[in-house]
Design a protein around this ligand. Structure first.
Ligand SMILES: *Cc1c(COP(=O)(O)O)cnc(C)c1O
Length: 399
């Protein structure tokens, strides 16, 4: 999708609007598939972007689905994924939610001793499950998005292996898969191999094992000079490790991954309009018709998104602080060189496909943006912009 096409979307659908380029999702998916052995499976982590059309598109590409809530499971089924193509990986849910997933016949991943024990006591070997392990590998971009560290709430600590075994033995739970997900934005592919080594050791303790799920953490570049996880190189190393393991152990396990960001981040372009240029003694603010209620990553994780001025791409570069309209500190970018921004200019945030719309809210009683899918050269509306009435939906006026 080029800038002209993006400007056309802004004209046709207004701003703020998220646009997703289907071709980019497809090429990222194909990149992954072609880097690993045919038997490797990819479960799209749909918490990154869960518009039903995106789910259907990813489903049609042949991917599977990783879900963290029962509602994501239901969305996945609605999008056409068969139950066996869905893995439910919740955290801190009650047994009732696990039971709902059982009724839907999807793969289930259990991530704490308490639920494992409750599940085992009630269902024993009748329904195979995955166990989510916390290997305590510190990986990923920063503390907030790393999930493998010692303070993390995710998974069952590898040091509790003996306890897991006790529960499995006394309740006959059928462990068909082991899972780990150590975080996001892992630059060093050796982290995955370190993880695999740990998995291989654990595998000996679970005789019914069929699947090893290595989660995600594939990095994509957010700014110039950053790298994308070299999935081709990773694929080769992983293949070797898996083959060696199969030879030594006589066990042939299927390998799974759960990419979220890697599949959809690049596809997303967030279009906004500049409302105000405000010169202060300290800086020049470009105030836009959006805020952290629409794209929270910069305020939440100090994330960096490239911002370009689509309306004045040849203008002289000036230094801006790009801010939103929310009444709280709401900064998208500091000291950013952007082609001269004039009031009404359309700006684009790159790499806005993952955890963009998905984390949006109505804070400040602002309306959520529209979403558009760019498919086969056509821009199609896939979510209407919120309307005023949406703010009152579900509220009960008692006064
Ligand atoms: C969020 C999440 C993912 C996806 O992570 P990305 O960094 O978006 O690829 C995969 N697996 C689980 C269990 C997750 O919670």
């Amino acid at each position: 999708m080029n800038n002209k096409e993006l400007l056309k979307v802004a004209e046709e659908f207004g701003t703020p609007t998220y646009v997703y380029d289907a071709a980019s999702i497809k090429s990222q998916y194909e990149k992954l598939v072609s880097s690993f052995q045919k038997s490797t499976k990819f479960f799209y982590a749909c918490k990154a972007l869960s518009n039903i059309n995106i789910l259907k598109y990813v489903q049609q590409l042949g991917a599977n689905l990783d879900c963290v809530s029962i509602n994501e499971v239901k969305l996945g089924l609605k999008a056409g994924f068969t139950p066996k193509r869905i893995l439910f990986t919740p955290n801190c849910v009650d047994l009732a939610e696990i039971e709902e997933a059982m009724a839907l016949q999807v793969h289930i991943n259990i991530d704490n001793i308490s639920i494992l024990e409750q599940f085992g006591n009630k269902y024993g070997a009748t329904y195979p499950i995955f166990v989510r392990i916390n290997p305590h590998i510190f990986a990923g971009g920063n503390y907030k998005i790393s999930t493998g560290h010692i303070d993390s709430k995710f998974g069952i600590s590898i040091h509790q292996l003996r306890h897991i075994e006790r529960i499995v033995q006394s309740t006959q739970i059928n462990v068909e898969g082991l899972h780990m997900h150590t975080g996001s934005e892992i630059k060093d592919t050796d982290v995955f191999l370190q993880g695999l080594d740990i998995m291989f050791e654990l595998a000996a303790h679970f005789p019914n094992l069929k699947y090893l799920d290595m989660g995600s953490g594939f990095k994509i570049p957010y700014q110039d000079g950053e790298i994308e996880t070299d999935v081709m190189a990773l694929g080769k190393k992983v293949h070797k490790a898996m083959t060696d393991f199969a030879k030594e152990s006589g066990k042939k396990l299927e390998l799974w991954f759960e990419p979220g960001k890697f599949l959809v981040s690049k596809s997303g372009h967030f279009l906004v309009k500049t409302n105000v240029i405000k010169q202060t003694t300290a800086t020049v603010f470009a105030g836009i018709n959006s805020g952290f209620n629409h794209l929270i990553r910069p305020m939440f994780y100090d994330a960096y998104h490239i911002i370009e001025n689509l309306s004045n791409p040849k203008g002289p570069e000036r230094i801006y602080t790009v801010v939103g309209n929310i009444c709280e500190t709401d900064t998208f970018a500091w000291d950013r060189k952007i082609n001269e921004i004039r009031e009404s200019d359309i700006l684009v945030f790159r790499n806005a496909g993952a955890y963009g719309f998905e984390m949006s809210s109505n804070f400040n009683s602002r309306l959520k943006p529209a979403e558009v899918l760019f498919l086969d050269g056509k821009a199609l509306l896939i979510r209407k912009r919120d309307e005023f009435e949406d703010l009152l939906k579900n509220q009960i006026e008692i006064l």
